[in-house]
Write a protein that binds this ligand. Structure first.
Ligand code: SER
Length: 596
């Protein structure tokens, strides 16, 4: 069965069960400042799972593009993907366990749907803990439907609990469906859910009963919901009797394309090269979808743009390992666009941006790589003499600083030689460099607020919220370079290499306003600078700190070494509104904002 057919069958099945098909959404979530990408089909539905009425009703179905980057370094294994598609059906306070499981079972086993043999299916259910009881109900439903007890495995929260998609939101116990891949069990305890490779998870029914708040509290949801997610790539793998997603029609044309560009390399001949082929295929697919999204970001040094940059760079580097000498990314992206445009017309609409951005970033990085790799080769004989096989952080920093060679790649090169990099030392060198460049830059910032009028004090507190929000959205490189406050407005300068996108600006503004709405208390402690830094406080450039410093904390949100004064609670600030984002000087952006 082809991917297109699987998508339509799923949607058709759930339409027959009175669900309405809704549109999948952007890869960049609207309602969740805690993550960079849409990580699951349910992500865009969070407000509705929390209780808001959905205009299309209480039974919904769709397919959704998703990105998970948590384990970017694991990509390359036969089963891991950064970009994937998820099919889903939702009950918003409508059906619950009984009907959800019965529908999953019917779709999996009925001959006119997927027609999977019953004896290949195994499931897991939640074994219960102090907070939520063992899910005997789901187990009983599966048994009634014909799954024997030895293929119903009770598992702990680490395995059978889903969500939230970001740091807070709806979540609950789940029951997961697995397919027996046919190999022998790894031992007497091998059962559905075992990670040895015998069981491949394809679908997950989550019984959404809780909302995890930003403070980590699980509040029962007023209305119980069901959220299910079926991984398209994995399901197509098993439906076609393949062992890996990379052997399916999803990846075949992409891998053929990479082989052709590389010249001699063939998938299936050399495990090391296969890994590179998989990494390239996965990363270009993810990059194509990031750039093809209506809310796309370009490669940059912060947030989603940095993830994109890493994906592109990793693909380029593995291309070189396969002997690719020219550009690889845009020709492969063209294959992906052609393959996926039916289900995702936005790829055609944004094709030129996809191809241009990939190509530019690839060329830029190839130059960097060439210089860095030559340098690394030169150093290698000496490096290999180190008895502990450790590359010093100072050297890794030099490669970064002089050749723009990312630390992740130095680590990869090191790994190939059986060496490791002293990451801690690298971080220290990096930090020292940042401090130095801060000290050398224009020192507009004053440790305390000169004008201590009520309005200015409010703006001063807003400055801390803005600083933290910028770091969350753009990355830690977004450090304060200066600020200027009057009773009527604030100006804030910070390091960032590119103009902020509209989405980034909106997100930063939303995060600040969220902290204002949370009415967080502002508290002051006096401690040594060392302790302040150890406590994670942001200390600013060029400040001559006394031995004891004042540290202002805004709830759990921000902590900064600062002279003060500040308001007592963020609720006093009003509404924070960014009026303008512009360049201040090379590499420094300026935000003008007001409190209304
Ligand atoms: N949200 C669940 C998952 O991602 C089910 O859709 O697995």
């Amino acid at each position: 069965m082809k991917v297109d057919e699987l998508r339509s069958k799923y949607i058709e099945f759930f339409k027959c069960k009175d669900h309405v098909q809704i549109q999948g959404k952007s890869l960049f979530p609207d309602n969740d400042p805690t993550v960079l990408f849409t990580t699951a089909g349910m992500h865009p539905l969070v407000p509705y799972l929390l209780g808001e009425a959905h205009p299309e009703g209480r039974r919904l179905t769709d397919y959704q593009k998703c990105i998970r980057t948590g384990d970017i370094d694991a990509v390359g294994d036969p089963g891991h993907l950064t970009f994937f598609e998820m099919l889903g059906n939702w009950s918003l306070g409508d059906y619950f366990k009984e009907e959800a499981i019965a529908m999953s079972f019917e779709f999996l086993t009925a001959p006119q749907w997927l027609g999977l043999p019953l004896e290949k299916i195994g499931v897991t259910v939640f074994e219960g803990d102090a907070a939520v009881p063992r899910d005997e109900e789901s187990a009983a439903i599966w048994k009634r439907l014909g799954i024997p007890a030895d293929r119903i495995s009770f598992r702990p929260r680490a395995d059978n609990w889903w969500g939230p998609a970001g740091l807070s939101g709806p979540c609950g116990p789940d029951t997961e469906m697995f397919i027996d891949m046919g190999q022998n069990p790894c031992g007497p305890n091998c059962a559905p859910g075992c990670s040895c490779g015998k069981w491949l998870e394809i679908w997950n029914d989550v019984f959404m009963q809780y909302n995890k708040t930003p403070d980590g509290v699980y509040e029962p949801l007023a209305r119980k919901c069901v959220d299910t997610g079926m991984g398209i790539e994995r399901t197509v793998t098993i439906l076609n009797g393949k062992k890996s997603v990379y052997d399916t029609e999803v990846f075949e044309p992409i891998i053929r394309g990479i082989e052709a560009i590389s010249g001699a390399c063939r998938y299936g001949e050399d495990p090391e090269k296969d890994r590179s082929l998989r990494i390239i295929a996965d990363h270009i697919r993810a990059g194509t979808f990031i750039l093809g999204d209506p809310k796309a970001v370009s490669p940059s040094n912060g947030g989603a743009g940095y993830v994109l940059r890493r994906l592109i760079r990793r693909a380029v580097r593995h291309g070189r390992k396969l002997g690719v000498s020219g550009t690889l990314l845009s020709p492969i992206a063209r294959i992906i666009i052609a393959q996926m445009q039916g289900a995702y017309p936005e790829l055609t609409e944004n094709a030129s941006r996809i191809l241009i951005d990939l190509d530019q970033e690839e060329r830029k990085f190839m130059e960097t790589l060439q210089k860095g790799e030559q340098e690394f080769e030169k150093l290698l004989p000496n490096l290999l003499k180190d008895p502990g096989k450790i590359i010093s952080g100072r050297l890794a920093f030099k490669l970064y600083d002089t050749y723009g060679f990312p630390i992740e790649l130095t680590e990869e090169l090191a790994m190939e030689q059986g060496m490791t990099v002293n990451r801690l030392e690298f971080e220290e060198a990096f930090k020292k460099h940042q401090d130095l460049s801060r000290a050398g830059s224009e020192q507009l910032f004053k440790g305390g607020l000169a004008d201590q009028g009520e309005r200015s004090v409010k703006y001063h507190t807003a400055t801390h919220l803005l600083h933290k929000a910028l770091r969350m959205v753009l990355g830690d490189h977004a450090a304060q370079k200066g600020s200027n406050i009057t009773a009527d407005r604030m100006r804030f300068d910070f390091s960032h290499p590119a103009p902020m996108t509209e989405e980034e600006i909106n997100l930063v503004q939303a995060i600040v306003n969220e902290q204002i709405q949370r009415d967080l208390p502002v508290s002051l402690e006096i401690m040594s600078l060392e302790d302040a830094k150890a406590a994670g406080a942001i200390a600013l450039f060029g400040e001559k700190y006394e031995s004891q410093v004042k540290v202002y904390s805004i709830g759990d949100f921000s902590k900064e070494v600062c002279g003060g004064p500040h308001v007592e609670r963020t609720g006093d600030l009003g509404i924070f509104s960014i009026q303008k984002e512009q360049s201040s000087s090379a590499g420094i952006r300026r935000i003008r904002a007001v409190l209304k």
